[in-house]
Write a protein that binds this ligand. Sequence first.
Ligand SMILES: [Fe+2]
Length: 391
Amino acid sequence: MTDIISFSPSPSIFGFGSIKQLPEVLASNNYKKLLIFTDTQIAKSGILQIVLDLLEGSIEYEIFSAVPPEPHSSDMDKQKDRLGSGYDALLSLGGGSVMDFAKAMSIIMTHEGSLGDYLGEGLVPGPVVPIVCVPTTSGTGSQSTQTTVFTIEGVKRGVSSEYIRPVFSVVDPELTIELPPMVTRNSGYDALMHACESFMARPSSQVPDRPIRYQGSNPFSRALALEAFSHIWRSYKPAIYEGKNREARIGMSIGAHMAGMAFSHSGLGLVHALASSLGGMVDAPHGICLAACTRIGLQYNFEYCEKGFAVLDGIIADIEEISSQPSGKRFLDRLQQLINDVAMPSRPSELGIGKGDAEKLMENTLVQTRRIQTNPRPLDDGLLNYIKEGI
Ligand SMILES: [Fe+2]
């Protein structure tokens, strides 16, 4: 353990219309040839065309538009030889799955072996093809982070390395205006949970040294997480129910971006560990798995987090102009109410998981060492009871 904290946020441009600056950014990095990753939705939506029109005549590019949602490691491994080489950078245009796909490809397009060889922390042996991100959702914050997540052997796992932190991102809320309500809801809940879990992460003074910046909560990450939480809480429902509300889209977009920056310097916790475990067992988006695991994760942590929860409750009271004494318990109630209001599951059983799956859920959670090391409460056998009751 050490008292030293490291900060390495990626440069980014933020704001409505910022996408127009993409060619300039690419030129300033002297990139001549790009491989663009995107998915069929973005290709059909017209967003890909907007980007291609901007790039026209200024840079050579190829496009891979078949990134699947919630990819498996084999989806990337099988593209390794097909995609060729000679790219100066990989441009990711899409949501979390697309960004994580591009990050994963950057590793195996640069280094030997398959993705599974780099699972864990700090195992990528050196620099990779640079990654530039243009997110089209407000959720994962992957444009700010050093991690790629995918399913491998039935569990959602990740590769974390400072080498795969994107070199630049252009975060333009305009690109999120047409996002359907369900995608806004699911990805937005991910951002909300990043802000909460980053704020609550185990203090950096109690986290052993690691090869990546998941170093526990610290002054830098807490400031980002709190501001992110405030933006996201204020904007989440309006963005879902009034998609064209520009202020709400800006709030979600900056909130998700800052939450990504926060947790990439603090780490996350049990809600994410449980959700990653659940995500490998059921076919549901990450945001939905997080909602289903929120109760178990936050109740398990309650004694360690009550004061922090009360801080978040105070922020909500301020936003909603309610005069009440901040309370950690009330924060959990408000969060539960939010999950109900936006019709997300609040128990794994709503996704088909039974009491008999509790051991497996626990076992797959314990392998999420990336998350567990920064959970406020150390994991002990008592967790199984919380899981059984929470299912
Ligand atoms: Fe997440």
